[in-house]
Ligand binder design. Structure first.
Ligand code: 7RM
Length: 647
């Protein structure tokens, strides 16, 4: 019996960058990419030090890399400050009075903050933090809505060398408490509330609830955003505007070691408590700076919009650090994509003239479901580049995104990376890489990505295996905070000195990487190992289907049977007839082995707050058991109840 992951779905459509885009792009042909890539893999230190030199170093490094697997130190001996690089570096030229952040609140108000203004606010807030007794290396939890102050808080921490840990504003009191305890945080920066679908999310009340059970936190700074009623605890809580009142605007950036911790960001494992992914300064800045520059090919006149929340790594690397390091103008939106309706994003793009738009497949599928008339009613012609992140983008969604949003002219960068990798690892370069819908294509410069079988041998073309990175890279996680053993065990146990990402993938004959799903989710049907992504993609390629999640369930004969949970598009009737149609459709697209044994219609699928389907929960439902393990990252618990009922 083979242990390889099989792959049956093929995609022949090739979309090349337009001449117009390539002409002015930093990397303008596949040949140019290949040449630089080859050199960068032969000598990663040379490539990365060239990139790092474009940043401002208070003191230059003496050694590019010190690698004692699995522990890396980048730019050893160098001194650098993240906030200085995001802000001060732009103040001596034409970017000084350029918009750094264009913000839109959910109720509709807007603010524009220039680099000079952002610098001033960050310096003031950094002094406010110091006045509250916060020092270098202290851990500070940031639990904020999507407002500019979230970025200001992050950059202010970085300015004084405090370590931020952003907790997504949709998380509960329990999640805050877990993260406070694990990180040993001594302060929390929050707001009275934040707007989401027309309602106030009671952030401060959640913090109060969490802190009933912990004595670690000495200071809570509260931004007034929604003017909802909150309780302030004397001696512990202070309003943001009060803390700012007497704070000076003069705050020289702290001199920090290149390996000084920049942030901890918690990511859920499939089992056990969330992992505190630790990123440090010099390498992380180099990785996010370089990837933003080449992959988004960002320009001074771009209006760049990444729709993620700052609570996710995508928000850290591609709303705050990457774009600001590049002196870009970033749009930031506070609220939900469907408030007041599913046209909100198209409306924002039109009104602000967004040129680069970076979002997630889960959002794209929701937009498809909501109907084409919504984007069609808006002028989206300002767009020149689109991006996707978070999950495999199924070819149907890719084509829709390309045609309906990109007007057929915008390249799409399907970017594969993780909280752990800090920056994008595999992605097209928009002026250079021919793409096929559904593949993240080729590794970024300096990234030695490969697919290995369980013996450590590289897989042949179209053979599925484990996605790994064979050489260290600057923005890699340094450890799991406080748990080196778990760090080693989770990422470095499969192969000596090689990082295992936990994703299954294959490369096609052009070398493109196709992610077939998380390794924990791989199906095993009569000895055939199938990735979930391909079966899901086949289902969604049927015109009636909006979304699909596929899992295995124990089967006496086949080992595992295939169960598909699907949601249908607006106005589609479902029943026995559609079940037969879909089973035949999958059989035709992939082959009879992938034919679902069972298809269940659902109103919604269980997802994490960032839109990833939680297949583990579906597996548990299929096995007939109760849903167990960590469910704190589940977006909506109702979904589980309704799936269990229809079971
Ligand atoms: C950035 C982010 C990481 C996991 C990763 C994959 C999946 C992310 C893509 C993707 C296929 C993509 N960080 N993933 N991007 N799969 N194509 N372009 O999402 O830590 O939250 O998740 O997400 O499984 O391992 S994350």
């Amino acid at each position: 019996m083979t242990k390889k992951i099989e792959s049956h779905l093929t995609e022949d459509r090739v979309i090349k960058p337009t001449k117009e885009f390539s002409k002015s792009a930093r990397i303008s042909s596949l040949a140019q990419y290949k040449k630089i890539y080859k050199e960068s893999i032969q000598s990663p230190s040379k490539f990365w030090s060239k990139e790092a030199k474009e940043l401002h170093w208070q003191k230059k490094w003496s050694k590019v890399l010190q690698w004692t697997p699995p522990f890396a130190k980048w730019f050893v001996g160098g001194k650098i400050n993240a906030s200085e690089n995001c802000l001060d570096r732009h103040l001596n030229g034409p970017r000084k009075n350029k918009a750094a952040i264009i913000w839109e609140g959910e109720p509709g108000e807007t603010r524009t903050i220039t680099y000079a203004q952002l610098h001033r606010e960050v310096c003031k807030f950094a002094n406010a933090l110091k006045n509250q007794g916060i020092k270098k290396r202290d851990r500070v939890i940031i639990y904020m809505p999507m407002v500019p102050e979230a970025a200001i808080a992050m950059l202010a921490c970085a300015r004084i060398g405090a370590v931020h840990s952003v907790v997504f504003g949709g998380f509960s009191a329990t999640s805050i408490l877990d993260r406070v305890e694990d990180s040993g945080a001594s302060a929390i920066i929050t707001a009275d509330g934040g707007w989401r679908r027309g309602k106030v999310v009671p952030l401060k009340a959640n913090v109060d609830e969490a802190l009933k059970k912990s004595k670690l936190v000495k200071k809570v700074i509260v931004l007034e955003r929604c003017k909802n009623e909150v309780k302030m605890k004397r001696g512990r809580d202070i309003w943001w505007h009060k803390a700012m009142e007497n704070a000076s605007t003069d705050c020289p950036p702290a001199q920090l070691d290149s390996e000084h911790p920049l942030y901890i960001l918690y990511t859920s494992g499939s089992t056990g408590k969330p992992k505190g992914i630790l990123h440090t300064t010099g390498g992380y800045l180099t990785g996010t700076y370089s990837t933003t520059k080449y992959i988004f090919d960002i320009r001074d006149d771009d209006i760049y919009w990444c729709t993620a929340d700052v609570g996710w790594v995508t928000g850290h690397s591609y709303i705050v650090y990457g774009p600001l390091l590049n002196g870009a103008t970033c749009l930031m939106y506070e609220g939900a994509p469907n408030f007041p309706d599913f046209a909100r994003f198209w409306d924002i793009i039109e009104r602000h003239g967004v040129t680069i738009f970076y979002t997630a497949p889960t959002a794209i599928r929701a937009f498809i479901k909501a109907g084409d008339h919504l984007p069609e009613a808006h002028d989206l012609s300002s767009l020149r580049l689109l991006g996707s992140v978070g999950e495999p983008i199924n070819p149907e969604a890719w084509m829709w995104y390309h045609e309906k949003i990109g007007g057929g002219k915008c390249p799409i960068v399907d970017t594969w990376w993780q909280t752990e990798t800090g920056a994008i690892m595999i992605s097209p370069l928009p002026g250079a890489t021919p793409t096929k819908p559904g593949t993240a294509t080729l590794p970024f410069f300096g990234i030695d990505a490969a697919i290995l079988d369980e013996t450590g041998k590289e897989c042949k073309a179209n053979e599925g295996g484990r996605l790994v990175i064979r050489k260290p890279w600057p923005s890699m996680l340094r450890t799991i905070y406080g748990d080196k053993r778990r760090f080693k065990k989770t990422y470095w146990d499969d192969y000596e000195g090689i990082y295992t990402a936990g994703d299954g993938a294959r490369r096609d004959s052009d070398g493109n990487f196709w992610i077939v799903g998380r390794l924990d989710d791989v199906l095993n049907v009569s000895g055939h190992r199938l990735g979930t992504a391909e079966v899901e993609s086949a289902l969604v390629s049927h015109p009636s289907i909006a979304e699909a999640a596929v899992v295995g369930r124990p089967d006496e004969i086949k080992g595992q049977g295939v169960v598909a949970f699907v949601t249908v598009k607006e106005g589609i009737k479902h029943g026995a007839k559609l079940v037969t149609t879909l089973r035949n459709h999958v059989s035709k697209e992939i082959g009879p082995i992938a034919k679902p044994d069972d298809i269940r219609f659902a109103n919604a699928l269980p997802k994490t707050r960032s839109g990833k389907i939680m297949r583990r929960l579906l597996k548990e439902i299929c096995a007939g058991g109760e849903v167990s393990g960590d469910t704190t990252t589940l977006e909506d618990f109702q979904v589980i109840a309704s799936l269990q009922k229809s079971n």
